[in-house]
Design a protein around this ligand. Structure first.
Ligand SMILES: [Zn+2]
Length: 147
């Protein structure tokens, strides 16, 4: 991995983390960006479908119709003139198995994430599909502003 790509990866991951702040979910805030040819072509954070109340949990349990950040970013592309074929997905948290299926079918070729999840079946599926998966712990890098 060359240094320039590493710096880009860190910046996009930080942006995904900032984007996650849009989520009104309380238990976990997840952000995702789809980048192709060095352009952000889509974004997403976890939340309810369009037209539903902006509440993710009931009695501290996530509602079944909440969409994950990756699913929101990928389905947003279905309504745009862009497509994710060959793109990179930056996501704050390791993708679950349901999102991993979407990532594979969306033609995404690389996934960069920064927080491990207790289940890794999603990551395993991505790797089986030949997708380049990379884990970067953002806590190991101080941002340029902090130097
Ligand atoms: Zn998911």
């Amino acid at each position: 991995m060359d240094e320039k790509q590493r710096q880009l990866d860190l910046r996009y991951l930080r942006m995904a983390k900032i984007w996650a702040e849009n989520s009104y979910c309380k238990r976990r805030q997840v952000g995702a960006l789809v980048v192709k040819d060095q352009m952000i072509i889509s974004d997403g954070y976890n939340g309810t479908p369009s037209g539903f109340e902006n509440v993710c949990e009931e009695n501290d349990v996530t509602l079944p119709y909440v969409l994950h950040a990756e699913a929101n970013a990928i389905t947003k592309l279905a309504r745009s003139s862009n497509n994710s074929d060959g793109a990179t997905l930056y996501v704050t948290d390791s993708p679950c198995i349901e999102c991993s299926k979407l990532i594979i079918q969306a033609g995404i070729k690389r996934v960069v994430y920064s927080r491990e999840y207790r289940l890794n079946d999603g990551i395993r599926l991505l790797q089986q599909a030949g997708i380049n998966v990379e884990y970067i712990n953002l806590d190991n890098y101080v941002s340029e502003q902090d130097k």
